[in-house]
Design a protein around this ligand. Structure first.
Ligand SMILES: Cc1cc2nc3c(=O)[nH]c(=O)nc-3n(C[C@H](O)[C@H](O)[C@H](O)COP(=O)(O)O)c2cc1C
Length: 214
């Protein structure tokens, strides 16, 4: 009887050891986990960058929520700026009449008629660096690219349509949106829900990469 108890006890111990061993093998060690997470984040970010494309065809006038537009502008404001001046202001448009008015005067932004919304990225000269106010263009361009990438990852579509440096277009947009003298619209970004599929362009050209010197 005593011997039977001992054998039972030994069997339970062995079973427990097997369970512990199986669990240990199933749990990846901490470093391994971090590495696979990093790789997958890298893949996601790079695929968003490479899949971004100008989308000019939208499901006609399907709305884009204010929540989504706020998310997009937040992405814009995360961009780097010279001396961290953030010399910008963003005008988000959801009103149909304003989108149509902008389309009337901008020859290369007719897709505004079908877009559900638009963001106008403006340089704000009151916040620009005194010695080099022109940096607002690079700063606002970086913000624009961030917005376009966020659009891509959110399953929306958008395209950068040029305003600055065309003087007539700048004046036109300023008038429609009632911008102060110190605000300069860099572009109008029509945003909508894509209709059909637009393929990204492959722009990789090895000859444009120079190593160490030209
Ligand atoms: C400074 C700038 C101005 C642009 N202006 C217009 C425009 O007025 N209308 C338009 O349809 N696309 C415009 N585009 C979008 C380009 O045509 C587009 O980025 C280019 O053809 C490459 O295609 P992808 O964006 O699909 O990679 C502009 C892009 C940039 C960067």
């Amino acid at each position: 009887m005593e011997k039977k108890k001992i054998i039972t006890y030994q069997l339970i111990c062995i079973a427990l050891m097997v369970v512990v061993l199986v669990l240990a093998l199933q749990t990846p060690d901490k470093n391994e986990k971090t590495e696979s997470k990093t790789i997958s984040n890298q893949e996601v970010v790079l695929s968003v960058i490479h899949n971004r494309k100008s989308v000019r065809n939208f499901i006609p006038q399907k709305k884009v929520s204010k929540e989504n537009l706020t998310t997009l502008v937040k992405a814009g404001m995360a961009a780097p700026t010279a001396v961290n001046k953030q010399p910008w202001a963003f005008v988000a448009i959801t009103e149909r009449t304003t989108l149509d008015s902008l389309a009337e005067g901008l020859p290369y932004a007719k897709m505004l008629k079908e877009a559900g919304a638009a963001i106008i990225v403006c340089g704000d000269l009151t916040k620009a660096i005194e010695e080099y106010p022109e940096y607002w263009v690079q700063d606002c361009s970086a913000a624009t690219e961030n917005i376009l990438l966020a659009v891509e990852v959110m399953g929306l579509g958008a395209v950068w349509t040029a305003v600055y440096p065309d003087k007539d277009r700048v004046e036109f947009v300023k008038n429609i949106l009632d911008l102060p003298e110190t605000a300069i619209p860099l572009n109008v970004i029509p945003i909508g829900h894509p209709s059909g599929e637009t393929m990204p362009k492959d722009k990789w050209k090895e000859e444009n990469l120079h190593w160490e010197n030209w």
